[in-house]
Ligand binder design. Structure first.
Ligand code: ADP
Ligand code: ADP
Length: 238
């Protein structure tokens, strides 16, 4: 039932110079279980370590110590080649959408399927399905610059879902959107969770986002998880 398992995980960034070394404990001895099927939010101020925590999950950054398991596989100590099958189980969406401006909506959604070696007719069928799911069938041939922010994020979500991931990582995915569009995108993420059964880990600095969508929440501060529980427990009014 546990999909992501952190055990005493730390991530230390070292930098600066020999005379003035800089060491940042971006993630500091975190122990945490994320359960299959839930919407799990990570909240905290800027610099708290939220992005780092999520980048560790798909192996974009190696952990410095501890152990980390995703969908039954250890992520720590793996090479890029060994990480590939784990990463195929993970989709990711971003604050700035990260779409290819030179590709159409359909082209953006198709991109990961091309990379994964899907045949053209299979890709077309999957893209058609995804466009319908996110409500952008009539926008297939448009370019990102012709879309609103909410529509761009729907393309981002469709692209992240293309190869049927088990886990969707959302890094400040509504922070560039106005409140109304935020609710629209959160509604879509709720459908991704309920209808497709995909576990979602969502990073945000916005309490309202957590309240409106998350089953459970972890509060981060200076690299540590200082509180974790159901959203109603953690944000209960005293
Ligand atoms: P958040 O997502 O909560 O804003 P981050 O995970 O981005 O926090 O950053 C946590 C800490 O790690 C910050 O002090 C940040 O400056 C530092 N940090 C993040 N990425 C790097 C990096 N690549 N190199 C050095 N320090 C980093
Ligand atoms: P195709 O075979 O569909 O043309 P390519 O792998 O040749 O796809 O990439 C096409 C374009 O997309 C190139 O300009 C490349 O720089 C860009 N690109 C590929 N992968 C990434 C990525 N992960 N992030 C940003 N740009 C990328």
């Amino acid at each position: 039932r546990t999909l992501v398992r952190f055990r005493d995980v730390s991530k230390v960034y070292t930098g600066g110079s020999k005379r003035a070394p800089r060491v940042v404990n971006a993630v500091d001895t975190v122990t945490l279980d994320i359960t299959k099927g839930e919407i799990f939010a990570v909240i905290g101020y800027s610099g708290a370590g939220k992005s780092t925590l999520v980048r560790l999950i798909n192996g974009l950054e190696p952990i410095s110590s501890g152990s980390l398991e995703v969908a039954g596989s250890r992520v720590d100590g793996k090479s890029e080649t060994q990480l590939a099958p784990i990463r195929r189980k993970i989709g990711m969406i971003f604050q700035q959408f990260n779409l290819f401006n030179s590709r159409t909506v359909a082209g953006n959604i198709e991109y990961p399927l091309k990379r994964a070696g899907w045949k053209p007719e299979e890709r077309n069928q999957r893209v058609t399905e995804l466009l319908a799911f996110v409500g952008l069938t009539d926008r297939a041939k448009n370019y990102p610059e012709q879309l609103s922010g909410g529509q761009k994020q729907r393309v981002g979500i469709a692209r992240a879902l293309a190869s049927n991931p088990e886990l969707l990582l959302a890094d400040e995915s509504t922070s560039a959107l106005d409140p109304e569009t935020t609710q629209e995108v959160l509604g879509l993420l709720r459908r991704v969770n309920r209808e497709l059964g995909i576990t979602i880990v969502l990073i945000t600095h916005e309490m309202d986002v957590v309240r409106s969508i998350a089953d459970r929440v972890a509060v981060m501060d200076s690299g540590r998880v200082v509180e974790v529980g159901t959203t109603s427990d953690v944000f209960a009014y005293p």
